[in-house]
Design a binder for this molecule. Structure first.
Ligand code: FE2
Ligand code: FE2
Length: 181
């Protein structure tokens, strides 16, 4: 059998100001499309259309490749040590500024479901921030994270390194439904 061959994806380059703005917008749009299609795939599966689910899953994968290419051309993918710092920074912004402000607005507007959705995200971002910080220290010393399973609540995104609790402390989902990575 012939060796598998894969072309190199587009590489980082110096960007014109307008192209940089365009790629940022395209990255956001493709990322959103990918997530939307995964959610649509889950709905199609629930409604008894497994092949429509497969279609949405396949196109989500393609949109994800587009998003990744745009991000890479913008220079947004660094070394793992750099990426952990970037990830920590993103989570920290969401915790200290973005979600508290969004929560206040949603409360003011009486949007209880939005308040819940924001509360789940804000709480889980704190998990992520802590895990990224600890992992960053390891990788700065050239050590990998250890092999302990990482468990994630499928409803609120609560993230734990180690055993899942009996039930999610944030949203009450049974621990046996947590996804393991
Ligand atoms: Fe997060
Ligand atoms: Fe949860």
């Amino acid at each position: 059998m012939a060796e598998p061959f894969m072309t190199t994806p587009p590489k980082p380059e110096r960007l014109g100001a307008m192209t940089e703005e365009n790629l940022k917008a395209a990255f956001a749009g493709e990322s959103q499309a990918s997530q939307k299609y995964l959610a649509f795939a889950a709905r199609a599966a629930q409604e008894g259309y497994p092949n429509v689910a497969r279609l949405f899953t396949a196109v989500a994968f393609a949109e994800s490749a587009h998003a990744r290419n745009h991000l890479n051309v913008m220079g947004g993918i660094g070394s793992t040590a750099e990426n952990l710092k970037a990830a920590f920074g993103g989570e920290s912004f969401e915790i200290s500024e973005m979600y508290p402000a969004y929560s206040a607005v949603a409360k003011m507007q009486g949007n209880a479901e939005a308040v819940t959705s924001i509360r789940y995200a804000l709480a889980a971002e704190k998990d992520h921030q802590g895990i990224y910080e600890a992992t960053g220290k390891k990788v700065d010393g050239a050590a990998d994270l250890d092999a302990t399973p990482i468990r994630v609540c499928p409803v609120c995104g609560h993230t734990i390194v180690g055993e899942a609790p009996d039930e999610c402390p944030l949203c009450g989902t049974a621990g046996r439904l947590f996804h393991s990575f």
